[in-house]
Structure formats: structure tokens, C-alpha cells
Design a protein around this ligand. Structure first.
Ligand code: TRP
Length: 329
């Protein structure tokens, strides 16, 4: 049984893209693997964020994790900041990551290119080291992430190999990224050549959106001047995006979805997409509303914190011992 670990950084509202690319897939793992899912709240501090926004986003994601079918009796659900071993392993690992390789990280380069050079925090630079620690603490072998985080997991892999080589032992489990093939890239409805992100309320569907506006956004999604419901990313990016959403939510292949709409016009197709999106969101929102202000949320986090800490403590001890930090045996 391989350990699977993934995290979400609570910096914005969750979108339908997050659901299809990540949240929807987590529950599938929990029957066959040991699953760790956490909120990377320390990572959220690497760029300026309002305290109240961070707190609310954190609670929201926990509630949405549960609403999407993660079961706290099968998976370990916790906050990164509540397991202090994350910060501790980070201090150790910083010595095994090279400045040159951190400097080459695409996310770092993208983010700092838009910032005042004198005001770039250290945290955004060392971000991948903290992330490597997240993965190592739970001996995670499989790390489901979006395409944009693949490079960070590969760096974690390099650090693990380097560390094991330095101490001539298999101390750290070598992780690998898992990129969800279907729906890894859900695009904006208003500009289907751009990723659905948190910055464009017209093109994004948020899990919290009211269903009327969801329907409106889908019905007015940008398409093309043709009339065939066919997957063609280059010439029909809008239709292709809607087909991806439809097939992911219906759990069918793109071809099966295309076949369903042979001869149908765009209006009919969009209505069918809107129906399935609203049906899925309605279920999630009902559960979310039950959870968000209930004591259950804190109970889940308390349980997760205990379980995660126990495992993290053991791994950290193993690593401290290997590098020569003294502890009574
Ligand atoms: N960096 C990830 C993101 O922005 C979140 C994250 C933090 C993560 N630590 C992780 C993901 C460890 C997987 C494994 O989405």
C-alpha cells in the first residue's frame, strides 16, 4: 500500500477546476491507499494575504474536502501549521537544497517577476523546500498535483535522492508526481486559452457560486463560429473545455461525450453541461452548508492533527538521528 499525499494552498476560492483536477480524485484513493490531505496554510503566507481571508479559506477547504467525499475515518485530514514537524523538517532540509535549483523554479520566477525586488520574502524562495518536507514526513510515494506543481515534486525527488545518497541509506521515500489526466487543465469560460483561476469571476466557476449564476456563465461561455460538438483544442478551445468538464463530471470519455451530442447545436450542449455542473455543485453545497459552521469541522481537524503528528514525529526522529542530531535512544 503506497502512501498518497496532497495539499491545497488556501489562497483563494476553490473553483470547478480544483474540483475536477484534485478534490474529486482524492476519495478514490482512500480505499486502496493510505491518504494524507492537508491545507498548506504555511505556504499561503509566502505571499501577502489578509488574516481573515486566510482563516476563512482554510475552513472552507476543509469543509469542501469533506463535502466532496473525503472520509476522516479513512484519510488523514489536517492543517500544515498544526503539525510543527513541518517547520522543523524544513529547517533541516534547507541545507540539502541548492540556491541554484530554487532559483530555477518556474513558479518562483513567475511570482517574483511581478514584485519589487527589494520586497521579495525569503519564504517564496524556499517554498519548494517546505513542500518537500510535507511530502517526506508521511513517506509519500504518490503526490497528486496540478501541472504547475510538478516541478516542485520533482525537486523534492532530487532532494530525497541526494539526502539518501549522502547518508548511504534509504531514509527518505522517493516521491513521484501524479498528474490527473482528465481535467488537469480546466480553462476559463470567458477565455478558453487561459486556465480557470481565481482572478476572473466571469470565466471561473467557484464551488460556492449560486447555481443561477453558474448556469448563466456556462450558457454564455465563449465558443466558436462552427456548429459541431467536437474536441479540437486548437480550433475549438471553448467547446473542448466544455467537453472536458462534461466528461469528467459524467465519468465518461471525451469520445463518449462527443457521441452523445452528434447533431446537437451548441445551445443544447451547453444546457446539458450546465445541468450536470449544477447537479454536482448542488450536492456539494448542501453538504458544505451542513459542515462549515458545525463542531464536526474542528473534530475532524483535531483527529487529523493527532494522527498526522504521530507519523510526522516518527519520521522526523529518523531523520534527526541520521544527520547526527543527538537524542536519547
Ligand atoms: N504547493 C501546492 C500548491 O500550490 C500545495 C502544496 C504544499 C502541496 N505542499 C504540498 C501539494 C505537498 C502536494 C504535496 O498547490
Amino acid at each position: 500500500m503506497e502512501n498518497v499525499l496532497s495539499g491545497i494552498k488556501p489562497t483563494g476560492q476553490l473553483t470547478l477546476g480544483n474540483y475536477i483536477g484534485a478534490l474529486k480524485n482524492f476519495p478514490k484513493y482512500q480505499d486502496t491507499n493510505k491518504v494524507f490531505v492537508f491545507i498548506a496554510d504555511l505556504h499561503a503566507l509566502t505571499l501577502p494575504i489578509e488574516p481573515e481571508v486566510l482563516r476563512q479559506n482554510t475552513k472552507d477547504i476543509v469543509a469542501f474536502y469533506l463535502a466532496c467525499g473525503l472520509d476522516p475515518n479513512k484519510s488523514v485530514i489536517f492543517l500544515q501549521s498544526q503539525v510543527h514537524e513541518h517547520s522543523e523538517i524544513n529547517t533541516i532540509l534547507e541545507n540539502y537544497a541548492y540556491m541554484g535549483e530554487l532559483n530555477r523554479m518556474t513558479q518562483f520566477k513567475d511570482k517574483v517577476s511581478k514584485m519589487n525586488e527589494k520586497k521579495i520574502g525569503l519564504g517564496i524562495f524556499t517554498y519548494p523546500v517546505l513542500m518537500a518536507g510535507d511530502i517526506f514526513l508521511y513517506d509519500a510515494k504518490k503526490v497528486p498535483v496540478g501541472e504547475d506543481q510538478k516541478q516542485h515534486v520533482e525537486l523534492a525527488r532530487d532532494i530525497a535522492i541526494r539526502f539518501n545518497h549522502r547518508y548511504k541509506q534509504d531514509v527518505i521515500v522517493i516521491p513521484e508526481p501524479v498528474i490527473s489526466s482528465n481535467g488537469a487543465r480546466i480553462m476559463s469560460l470567458s477565455d478558453p486559452t487561459k486556465k480557470m483561476s481565481k482572478s476572473d469571476p466571469k470565466g471561473d466557476i467557484f464551488l460556492k457560486d449560486d447555481l443561477k449564476s453558474v448556469r448563466k456563465k456556462i450558457m454564455s461561455a465563449v465558443t466558436d463560429t462552427g456548429c459541431e460538438v467536437k474536441y479540437d483544442k486548437v480550433n475549438k478551445p471553448g467547446i473542448s473545455n466544455l467537453l472536458t468538464i462534461y466528461s469528467a463530471l459524467k465519468e465518461i470519455t471525451i469520445e463518449e461525450a462527443e457521441n452523445e451530442f452528434t447533431g446537437a447545436n451548441y445551445g443544447t450542449f451547453k444546457k446539458a453541461v450546465a445541468d450536470v455542473v449544477c447537479e454536482v455543485l448542488e450536492k456539494i453545497q448542501t453538504r458544505y452548508n451542513d459542515i462549515i459552521n458545525s463542531p464536526y469541522l474542528d473534530e475532524v481537524l483535531e483527529k487529523g492533527k493527532k494522527e498526522a503528528s504521530q507519523i510526522a514525529q516518527k519520521t522526523l526522529k529518523r531523520i534527526k538521528n541520521v544527520v547526527g542530531l543527538y537524542e536519547k535512544q
